[in-house]
Design a protein around this ligand. Structure first.
Ligand SMILES: Nc1nc2c(ncn2[C@@H]2O[C@H](COP(=O)(O)OP(=O)(O)OP(=O)(O)O)[C@@H](O)[C@H]2O)c(=O)[nH]1
Ligand SMILES: [Mg+2]
Length: 584
């Protein structure tokens, strides 16, 4: 399995992080953060498809345990996220922000259409931690309700998980030709998802020949929709699960799961694993090259005459001031860029969203009104209200999920540009010192990625769109004699008001978090420059101090420095080897 390789290299990288931390004298070395960056690297896999295609069974098969409930009737009604944890723990997140831990036996009561019809319990999602090796290296599986069943609200849930997925697993079934509903769904998935894997499940239903034929047929249909070549993987989720549960490798072989898993994992490794491993190891190499330089500087200051050193320090101080000024320029530029992201990105998107939603939902509302005109005024009122509430909520949630990913990547792109600039500044300081003190400096250009903290993505879940407008409206009880037409008019006003309020909240939330993320980023960049200056200054100071303690102290210190240098070079070598293995 390719993710095994990822796992081994990841552990090696973690070891290097620890090794560097154990060597004296790397100021501002963020070992904790780098470790976290590696641990937080997740591969989100969303399992999608029409109802009853075997999505939930596939997840159980991947985990080798019947952890999620499956059935012959449309079942899953809530999205369930499975991630690694030392023990099995199930948390239910509600739309109003509550979180409850439940026992596995109660899962059905929350995630199935039967146990929780029309999501009457108002569940947002269920998060399960489970000690499966499959999840250990950061794979997260997301089970979604099947689309196209009579339970329409299930479809909307599936859409919310697409923008954040690294890969979508789209399940079809060999015994059913691709349906109209599936085609429509796929057209949407295509817009939201970066990578789609197609699976023809229930391969155990048919013989080899039929399987081939059915795959060929679907391939043609799918290629038309995707406008590109499509590969379809055969699968029997059921055999895979049985094979794993009963420890029967022959069943597992017949299930085709392993072939698919290996292709999927290769993709994840190539797309995400490699990027992370290279980025972190580059960062480490940069730190090492700086540390080695500082070490050389201390060595130098132990050897050259004090007077000469002092003159050089004065020159360095001037350069330092220059760098600090540059830093201030960065702050202003960063403010400007983030501001532009809010005004050009967020605000414009939000305006489009409001306009489009108002149009679509007004038409929808009229249609709904016409279809339900026979109801009594009171019933109609309630039904229309519910309609507006549900639709606005859905529209907002879907838009939010999409915009969230978009803003996060735009913000990350800004940050990455700034990191490059700041690293250049830091390097210029080293290069300057390198010439000044005549010590070699190995410049290490590293493309660094800045990833927004997890909370940036998930905060909204704890604070879902609250429909406070509704309660206000409910108190406005309309007089009985007021005609249905007035109800419709009022509802339209309500609709617009609702779209406005909700959009306002979403905007506030986004803008606030962007600002917070900007401050986090700025702080870290500031630290980086500070650490460089401090590192260089303190290396010189250390040398000077040792010198004042006499010859013996100087010789002792030289020994320590040589030992540290050796250790740094050893880790450096390990990192270079690791990078070669990543690229193989
Ligand atoms: N024969 C066979 N049956 C399967 C296979 N995969 C799933 N099933 C059966 O198909 C039925 C539906 O499976 P689920 O995993 O609940 O399907 P789902 O796609 O999650 O369904 P929804 O949650 O309702 O969308 C169950 O009875 C499974 O046992 C398979 O590979 N072969
Ligand atoms: Mg299911």
């Amino acid at each position: 399995m390719v993710l095994d390789k990822y796992s081994i290299l990841k552990d090696e990288l973690l070891k290097c992080i620890d090794l560097i931390a154990s060597i004296e004298g790397i100021p501002g070395y963020p070992s904790e953060e780098l470790r976290e960056k590696i641990q937080n690297n997740v591969f989100n896999l969303v399992v999608l498809g029409q109802f009853k295609r075997g999505k939930t069974t596939l997840i159980n098969a991947l985990l080798g345990s019947e952890i999620l409930p499956t059935a012959v009737i449309p079942l899953t009604s809530i999205a369930t996220i499975l991630k690694y944890g030392e023990e099995l723990k199930i948390n239910v997140f509600f739309n109003d922000g509550r979180v409850t831990e439940i026992i596995p036996e109660d899962l059905r009561e929350y995630v199935t259409e039967k146990g929780n019809p029309k999501n009457e319990k108002d569940v947002f999602e269920v998060v399960i931690t489970y000690p499966s090796p499959y999840l250990k290296d950061g794979v997260r599986l997301i089970d979604t309700p099947g689309v196209g069943s009579v339970f329409e609200h299930n479809t909307d849930v599936a859409y919310q998980y697409l923008p954040k997925s690294d890969a979508a697993l789209f399940l079809l079934s060999v015994d059913q030709p691709v349906s109209k509903a599936e085609m429509d769904f796929l057209k949407d998935v295509r817009e939201y998802s970066n990578k789609i894997f197609f699976l023809h499940n229930k391969a155990d239903y048919v013989d080899k020949e039929d399987l081939k034929e059915s795959i060929l047929f679907s391939k043609k249909v799918l290629e038309e929709i995707m406008n590109s070549e499509v590969k379809i993987f055969p699968l029997s989720a059921k055999l895979a699960l049985d094979g794993k549960l009963d420890g029967k490798p022959e069943l597992l072989k017949k299930s085709f799961l392993l072939e698919f898993e290996s292709i999927l994992n290769t993709f994840l490794m190539e797309e995400k694993g490699k990027v992370l491993l290279l980025s972190v190891s580059n960062t480490l190499l940069r730190y090492l090259s700086h540390a080695l330089f500082e070490l050389g500087l201390e060595m130098k200051s132990l050897t050259i005459p004090v007077e000469e050193l002092k003159t050089k320090i004065e020159i360095f101080e001037k350069k330092k001031k220059e760098v600090m000024r540059e830093k201030q320029d960065f702050d202003i530029l960063l403010d400007g860029e983030v501001d532009r992201l809010v005004k050009k990105g967020l605000d414009e998107d939000l305006e489009d969203f409001k306009k489009e939603t108002a149009e679509v939902l007004s038409t929808g509302l009229e249609k709904f009104y016409k279809e339900n005109k026979s109801m009594s005024s009171k019933e109609l009122n309630v039904a229309l209200e519910r309609y507006v509430m549900d639709e606005v909520k859905n529209a907002c949630n879907n838009w939010w999920a999409k915009e969230d990913g978009k803003l996060a990547s735009a913000f990350e792109a800004i940050c990455s540009r700034f990191i490059t600039k700041i690293n250049e500044t830091v390097d210029s300081l080293f290069k300057f010192s390198s010439e000044l003190f005549a010590i070699p400096f190995e410049e290490f250009k590293a493309e660094e990625l800045w990833t927004v903290k997890q909370t940036f993505y998930y905060k909204f879940k704890e604070e879902p769109v609250m429909l406070e407008v509704l309660s206000k409206f409910l108190t406005l009880s309309l007089p009985k004699f007021v005609g249905d037409k007035i109800i419709l008019k009022k509802m339209k006003e309500y609709l617009h008001e609702m779209i406005d309020t909700q959009s306002g909240r979403v905007r506030f939330d986004f803008a606030e978090r962007l600002d917070k993320s900007k401050l986090d980023f700025r702080w870290e960049m500031y630290e980086r420059i500070e650490a460089t200056i401090k590192g260089i200054s303190s290396a010189i100071d250390k040398g000077l101090n040792q010198k004042s303690e006499g010859k013996k102290a100087v010789e002792e210190r030289k020994k320590v420095l040589l030992e540290n240098e050796k250790r740094m070079n050893e880790v450096k070598e390990r990192l270079i080897q690791l990078q070669q293995r990543v690229s193989l």
